[in-house]
Design a protein around this ligand. Structure first.
Ligand code: TPP
Ligand code: MG
Length: 696
């Protein structure tokens, strides 16, 4: 039999639970006034779990939660005035009114975040634990989630990684039997949820979630286990929410759960149970408990007064907190500087050198990715890094793209700088949830309170039979997402400078490398340097026509322009970063030349090329001498047959043809130039550069 915690602990448990209860009651009471205008998931009936778990934590321990977060926030010591102000959408809210009830944060007590995507913060909690480990700290992390979260892949990915690295994490499942209005038996087979964790080698326990003392004592042992370096623990606490899934109302008439069931659970009210224990054991008097209640009510009243009296964010601040500032510590090369002439290395070597130098300069940088330390070293871009920087900073990765992106985000939130590597951009698609819902949103959604300095390298493996799932160039998809930066260097010099800048940047950056560029050499200074993100570069000056290109298509554009030397004066703008887009440089060039050809390695519809042309039409229409054109991939998945690929991938030949038509050059001459260029191209036309030696 467990020894009962002392009266101080029990009274603390009671006052936290009561504060949560009174807060939720007041929200419910005021909700219909329509002053709180965001979805609000109340936890009335479930108070024992947050109170019992969090009472075992230190201020430094990290807590992450889900949509039903008020209890966790309060129990971790979050500022209740700021929480209510957040629900009211006020500037004084904990996320400055940008997040609402589902996006609470209070970093002063390491309540890291709550979010609206089921399961979404579980890997982040694991990431904060990874950061603690890397920083030699003793903090534990807690992920609170509901019973439906165990149905999602990211849950299993997070548990797998936490178990693999024996990270100090508590996975706390509040099993209230329902996901919205759907009973657990409609969603899960008849087995214990704890089995899921046990099968991953994780210690797992189930305890009555309406018994605050049981929750407290179970969590206490779990926290000790994790803090002592014995790895993660999974806790399931069956409990019950009294009110509707979202909103302030009783929903007993909706029909998805019976009145009898609700009444049975209400009879097991965790507050009443603890009150009974306190009184029966003479640990408190009715008077003591009344004064705790009065204090809770006072705090809640004050929080509502504060929230109602606070101002809304000013409309001028709508655009604030999209990106956070970065102060670069390494040399900033002006974009116009000519690169060092002393040494030529390949694009892949430039990426490796940038990574190694960033790791030397900043001990918070670590590299993680499938195959990063394996003998192929992600095509030579990570060779030697593990030997130099060790296993703790150069990690191989389970094949869990979404979960591990979440882990990296969590680590980034706690001061680490993860560099994640995907051998194929297609695999990044599995991580869109974490990348788009979390990394991209975080700074804005939490009112600028936190940033996610994460770099994700994604290699585009076009050609050589890569096929539909090993070749996609999805920069347009990513560019659509506010909050991300998307970088696409075309040469070794830019690759090094832009990667170093990306690693220093405090925002999430996707760094896209075209596989065909990896073996191309260029002049690269040996010392560390950073090139400004968001700045395009005119890499060739001209007056007749502007080509806008990025990544590998810049190479093709240069070859086309060289073939037309003396026939047309062509300016080439290498975008280098496609989000944020340096439209000013494009505009300036097009207003000079009057003709525009955009050459893009993405698809035709909804793409970067169409976006650039639309902006030119909007802003520089009168300067145009001809309708702008674009060369893109067709709107088709990639075929593998070399014969089909030849017609699928555009090349310098297509560029020459379009330039000829746009600039009104004699068709016969253009045909002759195309023919002569065709002779120079490699035998297998889907392998465009002789330096390219196949995919591996
Ligand atoms: C990935 C995802 N799918 C669907 C939803 C819609 N949704 C919001 S809450 C919820 C149910 C959550 O149930 P549970 O995890 O058991 O937590 P509870 O609400 O019971 O506390 C669902 C499905 C979502 N937010 N995220
Ligand atoms: Mg539930």
């Amino acid at each position: 039999m467990e020894s009962t915690p002392d009266s101080k602990v029990l009274l603390e448990l009671y006052s936290t639970m009561l504060l949560i209860r009174r807060t939720e009651e007041k929200i419910a009471e005021r909700y219909s006034e329509q002053e709180m205008r965001c979805p609000t998931h109340l936890c009335t009936g479930q108070e024992a779990v947050p109170a019992g778990v969090c009472l075992n934590l230190t201020k430094e321990d990290n807590v992450l939660s889900n949509h039903r977060a008020h209890g966790h926030y309060i129990a971790k010591g979050g500022n209740i005035n700021a929480m209510i102000a957040e629900i009211y959408g006020k500037e004084t809210g904990c996320s400055r009114g940008r997040g609402g009830s589902m996006h609470l944060t209070d970093l002063s007590v390491n309540f890291v975040a709550s979010t609206a995507i089921v399961g979404g913060t579980i890997p982040l909690a694991v990431g904060t634990a990874l950061a603690s480990r890397m920083q030699n700290k003793k903090d534990v992390a807690v992920a609170f989630f509901g019973d439906s979260a165990v149905e999602g892949g990211v849950f299993h990915e997070a548990l797998n990684f936490a178990a693999l690295h024996k990270l100090p994490v508590l996975f706390v499942c509040e099993n209230n039997l329902y996901a919205s209005q759907t009973h657990i038996r409609e969603r899960q087979p008849e087995r214990e949820i704890t089995q899921l964790a046990k099968s991953q080698g994780i210690a797992a326990f189930k305890e009555d979630g309406n018994d605050a003392v049981a929750v407290y004592t179970t969590a206490k042992k779990a926290v000790e286990h994790a803090r002592s370096g014995n790895g993660p623990v999974f806790l399931e606490f069956p409990t019950y929410r009294w009110l509707e899934h979202v909103g302030p109302n009783d929903d007993s008439k909706l029909g998805y759960r019976s009145e009898k069931e609700i009444q049975e659970w209400k009879a097991r009210d965790p507050l009443e149970r603890l009150k009974k224990t306190l009184l029966e054991n003479s640990l408190a008097t009715e008077k003591n408990l009344k004064s705790i209640d009065d204090e809770a009510k006072q705090k809640v009243d004050e929080a509502f007064r504060f929230a109602k009296g606070s101002p809304f964010p000013k409309k001028e601040t709508l655009h604030d907190y999209l990106y956070c500032n970065t102060r670069h510590n390494i040399n900033q090369y002006p974009v116009s500087a000519s690169p060092g002439k002393e040494r030529k290395i390949s694009y892949a070597e430039a990426v490796r050198e940038a990574t190694g130098q960033a790791m030397e300069k900043d001990s918070s940088v670590f590299v993680i990715g499938e195959g990063v330390p394996d003998p192929k070293h992600v095509f030579g871009t990570t060779t030697g890094l593990r030997e130099k920087h060790g296993r703790n900073r150069v990690l191989d990765m389970p094949v869990s793209e979404n979960g591990l992106t979440g882990v990296c985000i969590g680590a980034a939130l706690k001061g680490m700088k993860p560099l994640m590597v995907h051998q194929r951009m297609d695999f990044l698609l599995l991580a869109l949830d974490q990348l788009v819902n979390n990394a991209a949103k975080w700074h804005y959604m939490f009112g600028g309170h936190a940033s996610v300095p994460i770099v994700i390298r994604a290699i585009v493996g076009q050609g050589w039979g890569q096929g539909a799932q090993h070749s996609q160039s999805l920069h347009s998809v990513l560019s659509h997402i506010p909050g991300l930066k998307v970088v696409m260097p075309s040469n070794a010099y830019d690759a090094k400078g832009l990667l170093m800048a990306s690693i220093e940047d405090n925002n999430p950056v996707v760094f896209i490398e075209h596989r065909w560029l990896h073996n191309i050499t260029g002049y690269v200074p040996e010392e560390p340097y950073a090139l400004e993100l968001g700045k395009a570069k005119a890499i060739r000056q001209g007056n007749d026509l502007t080509i806008v290109a990025a990544s590998y298509m810049t190479v093709e554009a240069v070859k086309a322009a060289s073939a037309l030397e003396g026939k047309a004066s062509i300016e080439i703008i290498d975008l280098r970063t496609v989000k944020p887009l340096d439209f000013e440089t494009i505009k300036h060039s097009v207003e000079k030349t009057g003709r525009l050809l955009v050459v893009d390695s993405g698809h035709y519809s909804g793409g970067l090329a169409g976006d650039i042309i639309a902006r030119v039409m909007e802003q520089s229409f009168n300067a145009l001498k001809a309708a702008p054109r674009r060369i893109t991939l067709p709107d088709l998945p990639t075929p593998t047959s070399p014969e089909l690929s030849r017609h699928y991938y555009p090349s310098r030949l297509d560029i020459i043809k379009d330039i000829g038509e746009l600039a009104g050059l004699p068709a016969k001459e253009i045909r002759a130039i195309i023919e002569s260029e065709r002779q120079k191209m490699p035998e297998k036309p889907d392998v465009p550069d002789p330096g390219f030696k196949g995919p591996f």
